[in-house]
Design a protein around this ligand. Structure first.
Ligand code: ADP
Length: 501
């Protein structure tokens, strides 16, 4: 039996009364068919504040039996409920209201996210929460723009297409941007008239639960949005293999992506996967160094490196390699690590003990492989899952620290000879989520952008993401594109109608 968490200790420093109230209001439940219910097994799990390793809340541990109930509710809402048949303007109004509700609760949601995930409050408030609201707002616009086509078929026919919702969606998300990932999944699914079952990551379920509460308060019809908290094996796997779920959207590791793909084959549900990355960030000698250096630093250390598109392989032209590394190291000294609620903090802890151990393991691996550390290279002393921002030099692209996704604040800096070599090495990875190139030469910038095998390429910037632009991976970084009009393709299916005239 888990002990009742002490919110005062676990959420020390929290200022939002709504957050404290939420955390104190007892074990968190599942949302099924518009009702908050305990898991059928009665089991709960703990969600931890990674900054102090204390338990923030107990959360219902959903399992197959709960997923079955959620699917029934979502199916009923899809087949019999009004959501899929609602006029587009009304649906849009609803999504706008969700965006407004997120904005209205921004301080609260940001603090809750910071406590549960460990990311700096300032970043959650400036980026995660407003971007989640913007995503709903963007897809509100799409509700009234999902067109079919008329087709120039035989004159004896009137031939047209309809774009219809896919049906019941299962959406499984990771812990690095919990609220924002929920928005990326839920907003387009709802805009297209689907019903959904969201499974947040077990490390960070709290903002998704709060989002569920807000959706209930706004009066979203019962069963349109269902929330199953729980673990991957159990809650997640039951979603992936459920015979009555029409589509599964997943963001997470490539390893779990493969499991999802296998699990989904029973009913051949539609699958979209946004997986990991080992993104190259290529610095040419003519780059504007005042911008390239700090951006390379944030590109790899932002969110403690727990970003699928993090620029973890920094390729630097050999002539400027030593100087660049020196500057990068100097800047990184200013990467203040500490209490996520402190406004001065630029980097918080890693999300969990598991992640902490994994990242520390890679620090040892890097050293054993012969790479050297210019800064960091160790965990911080004391409580909390803090690993210092680490820069490895003398890395070659074949080392494990250059090939495997670490998902922590660990940069591998690798020299290259010329443009061809940069592109070759950059592409020499199983992943292809993102890439960046820094140069003042316009021709080279575009040539390299074309040559890089990645779903997003940044030129003279790093990490820009906008709901209007597609996001997703080449190669083993997944398939399907989220955001932009591409997510409308993921959450609709096309019907051709022939009418004999
Ligand atoms: P990470 O390695 O970054 O923690 P995971 O890929 O393990 O990411 O997890 C991302 C999401 O996938 C989480 O919500 C997790 O619970 C879920 N998950 C993990 N294993 C499975 C599985 N076998 N089937 C379905 N979902 C899973």
């Amino acid at each position: 039996m888990a002990a009742t968490p002490s919110v005062e200790i676990a959420a020390r420093g929290a200022k939002q009364s709504a957050v404290l109230e939420f955390l104190k209001s007892g074990p968190k439940k599942l949302l099924i068919g518009g009702k908050w219910v305990a898991s059928k097994s009665g089991k709960t799990f703990e969600t931890i504040n990674p900054a102090n390793e204390e338990v923030l809340a107990l959360v219902a541990e959903g399992d197959k039996a709960d997923v079955d109930e959620a699917v029934k509710a979502a199916r009923k809402a899809f087949e019999e409920g009004k959501w899929p048949k609602l006029g587009p303007h009304q649906r849009a109004r609803f999504l706008f209201k969700i965006a407004d509700a997120i904005d209205a609760h921004a301080d609260e949601l940001a603090e809750l996210e910071s406590l549960d995930n460990g990311k700096p409050l300032s970043q959650a408030r400036a980026i995660d929460v407003p971007a989640a609201a913007e995503t709903f707002r963007y897809y509100a616009g799409w509700c009234s723009k999902i067109y079919g086509e008329t087709n120039p078929s035989d004159p004896s026919m009137f031939n047209y297409t309809l774009r219809e919702p896919v049906g019941v969606c299962g959406q499984i998300i990771p812990w690095n941007f919990p609220l924002l990932m929920a928005a990326w999944k839920v907003a387009p699914a709802l805009a297209c008239g689907n019903t959904t079952i969201l499974k947040p990551a077990e490390q960070t379920p709290l903002t998704a639960i709060r989002l569920g509460e807000l959706l209930c308060e706004l009066g979203l019809p019962d069963g349109v949005f269902n929330l199953i908290t729980g673990f991957g094996p159990g809650a997640g796997s039951s979603i992936a293999e459920h015979p009555d779920i029409d589509k599964v959207a997943f963001t997470g590791s490539a390893e779990v992506g493969r499991l999802i793909l296998h699990a989904s084959e029973g009913n051949l549900k539609k699958v979209s996967l946004e997986l990991g990355g080992k993104s190259p960030n290529i610095i040419f000698p003519d780059a504007e160094m005042e911008a390239a250096v700090p951006n390379a630093m944030m590109g790899v250390f932002y969110n403690s490196g727990q970003v699928c598109a993090a620029g973890t392989r920094i390729f630097v032209q050999r002539d400027i390699y030593d100087n660049f590394v020196e500057q990068l190291t100097k800047y990184t000294q200013g990467m203040t690590m500490g209490d996520p609620l402190d406004p001065k903090t630029k980097m918080g802890p890693l999300v969990s003990k598991e992640q902490f151990d994994k990242v520390k393991g890679y620090l040892d691996i890097g050293r054993k492989e012969g790479a050297k550390v210019t800064i960091g290279g160790e965990a911080a002393a004391g409580k909390g899952y803090y690993v210092k921002p680490t820069i490895f030099v003398d890395v070659n692209n074949d080392m494990r620290i250059a090939r495997e996704e670490i998902f922590g604040p660990v940069a591998a800096t690798i020299p290259f000879k010329d443009e061809n070599d940069a592109v070759f090495q950059g592409n020499n990875t199983t992943y292809g989520l993102a890439a960046a190139v820094w140069t003042r030469d316009v021709g080279r910038a575009h040539k390299v952008a074309r040559a890089l095998k990645a779903g997003t390429v940044w030129v003279n910037c790093y990490g820009m993401v906008d709901p209007i632009s597609p996001f997703g991976g080449y190669k083993q970084s997944g398939f399907g594109r989220e955001l932009g009009k591409y997510a409308v393709d993921l959450y609709t299916q096309v019907k051709t109608v022939f009418v004999k005239l």
